[in-house]
Design a protein around this ligand. Structure first.
Ligand code: GDP
Ligand code: ADP
Length: 210
């Protein structure tokens, strides 16, 4: 009845603040939400599955995809290339399916710029403190000391972009942050329907016999 277009949900944070965990939980809550599986030149971490967590790609393969116009956005982060493949996003948008992007601030800016009137909502996740951010990176147990030091060093520059986002959440208690994200998604879907999908429904309603 409602002719909706897909919502684009941008999720960013400094590395280790909890984006991937929150994204996973949101997708378990709502199977209708589609995760944009990025391509990356970074090596897989133990347990990461190609095609599910990322499309793991060579640098040459990645650059070819960019040259062919297959990337909606792309950026270099921590010395590796990351990008969001365009095709699946466009299909999801046409089908009225919402897409969640786990991207850095550069990706966030490019997605907003390419949105062409589509409904975009952006969420930035902050850690409760920098020592806690480091504890989480270490607790994840998947990166070397050097990689963790590099991510901590970059955290301030990622955080400096917080004001570009519609919502900013301090991820102290995970359940509470997830609940807030669900609330944001629910409210933004209603705003999207208000803007793009309700016209036909209201016309039909007005044309009904009382
Ligand atoms: N611009 C952009 N950034 C991405 C993309 N995929 C992941 N990232 C970002 O790259 C950074 C590093 O991601 P990752 O290597 O998975 O490390 P993690 O954030 O510590 O789990 C994070 O800030 C991600 O949000 C993408 O497709 N485009
Ligand atoms: N609110 C939280 N409280 C405590 N630990 C958390 C919280 N959110 C995430 N974590 C943990 O912190 C680590 C980093 O989270 P992750 O989702 O991998 O971050 P990101 O994707 O932003 O790099 C993981 O071990 C995760 O279980």
């Amino acid at each position: 009845m409602i002719d909706r277009t897909g919502l684009m949900v941008i999720l960013s944070s400094p590395s280790g603040a909890g984006k991937s965990t929150l994204a996973r939980r949101l997708m378990e809550w709502d199977a209708g939400l589609r995760f944009s599986v990025s391509a990356t030149t970074r090596a897989p971490r133990p347990g990461e599955v190609d095609g599910v967590d990322y499309h793991f790609t060579s640098r040459a393969g990645f650059e070819q995809m960019v040259a062919d116009g297959q990337m909606l956005e792309h950026a270099e982060v921590f010395g590796n290339l990351y990008g969001s493949p365009r095709g699946p996003v466009e299909q999801a948008m046409l089908a009225g399916r919402d897409t969640l992007f786990d991207v850095d601030w550069q990706g966030g800016q490019q997605i907003r710029a390419s949105a062409l009137g589509r409904h975009v909502v952006s969420i930035f996740v902050l850690p409760p403190s920098l020592p806690e951010l480091e504890r989480r990176l270490r607790g994840r147990g998947q990166d070397s000391d050097a990689v963790i030091a590099g991510r901590m060093e970059k955290s301030r520059s990622e955080i400096s972009h917080w004001a570009e986002y519609d919502y900013v959440l301090v991820n102290d208690d995970l359940d509470e942050t997830e609940a807030r994200m669900r609330a944001i998604l629910t409210a933004e879907r209603l705003r999207r329907d208000r803007q793009s999908g309700l016209g036909g429904f209201v016309r039909a309603l007005m044309a009904e016999e009382a």
